[in-house]
Design a protein around this ligand. Sequence first.
Ligand SMILES: NC(=O)C1=CN([C@@H]2O[C@H](COP(=O)(O)OP(=O)(O)OC[C@H]3O[C@@H](n4cnc5c(N)ncnc54)[C@H](O)[C@@H]3O)[C@@H](O)[C@H]2O)C=CC1
Ligand SMILES: CC(=O)C(=O)O
Ligand SMILES: [Mg+2]
Length: 372
Amino acid sequence: MHIGCPTEIKPQEFRVGLTPNAAREAVANGHKVTMQSGAGIGSGFSDDDYRAAGAAIADSAEEVFATAEMIVKVKEPQAPERRMLREGQILFTYLHLAPDPAQTEDLVNSGATCIAYETVTDRNGGLPLLAPMSEVAGRLAPQVGAWTLQKANGGRGVLLGGVPGVGPANVVVIGGGVVGTQAAKIAAGMGARVTVLDKSLPRMRYLDDVYGREFRTVYSSVGATADAVAQADLVIGAVLVPGAAAPKLVTREQLSTMKPGAAIVDVAIDQGGCFETSKATTHEDPIYEVDGIMHYCVANMPGAVARTSTLALGNATMPFVLAIADKGWKQACLDDAHLAEGLNVHQGLITNLAVGEGLGREAISAQEALRR
Ligand SMILES: NC(=O)C1=CN([C@@H]2O[C@H](COP(=O)(O)OP(=O)(O)OC[C@H]3O[C@@H](n4cnc5c(N)ncnc54)[C@H](O)[C@@H]3O)[C@@H](O)[C@H]2O)C=CC1
Ligand SMILES: CC(=O)C(=O)O
Ligand SMILES: [Mg+2]
């Protein structure tokens, strides 16, 4: 198969869909790889690194999209990229369609087969292509939260770890999955007093067993969330209902109960965010204020540490890229029901029920799409 990888064009996005190692692996398996010139620069990989791996270098994104049978990317295709997709082409990348009707409409109209990293599953109920970026974003969240709390950034001027004689900050993490666990670990490591809210009892049992000395868990309810948020210096939003829009767990009204200058880092923003007042921001202009509360809502946080993120994402995507390239998307999905869960759009139809529900649009299941 001919695999193409363009340069990411989302603002301040420095990751790349294929590492030189992934390109080498694909070439070794008999596939052709075309990289857009400069695609790897932001992650520290030169065109020569890709040439050495056996890839061809194209001058433009147009050339990559026009020639490749499968496009491998990182971020959801931006409008100019969507216009270059064609019928029958495979797109393999993050999509986050539930909160994004405009992108969905373009992908449906393109006729392309679009497989979303974030809804591919594994046999343990996990999300193997989201997990590495969730690990990165989770570990970044206390770091950017600490920065947002600084006075010059509009925050309340509280140091997460406190100092001898002055207590630490209260950090509340809503959602104790991959993002939430990594965020809680790092915040606790920075010396903060950390509470994790989740509504999965098995998950809280696990967290308590493994991290019981580092942070505490509280069952997530409207009342418990309200109490925790009112006490917090920093709230990290880390919930996920796979494929669906994030539930809004903190209302605008509740901001008035918070400490002035407290900070919110809504990592769940790529699924629409779990605070009513969240709207996506970029690395160029990451924070804004609502009712005295500072919001950080960058939808591609891992792009800030592009090299680490590209390497971590590449480790996770490589087996799936190879399976699709070796067998074609259909056989690869027939052989692996977990990959099939990634099928979000095919031949003008939404093919993931949670995504369809999130958008309020008609959808069929991936299994139904595979039967047709
Ligand atoms: N902004 C960014 O750059 C990035 C954003 N993300 C996003 O972060 C979010 C979290 O991802 P993961 O941690 O990988 O998901 P996960 O599935 O590992 O964890 C989500 C957790 O939320 C919990 N949850 C669901 N509803 C809840 C509720 N009402 N109250 C409390 N907890 C609830 C679940 O029980 C689960 O433990 C996703 O939306 C993901 O797309 C991930 C990576 C980067
Ligand atoms: C998961 C995701 O949206 C990101 O890494 O940007
Ligand atoms: Mg994102």
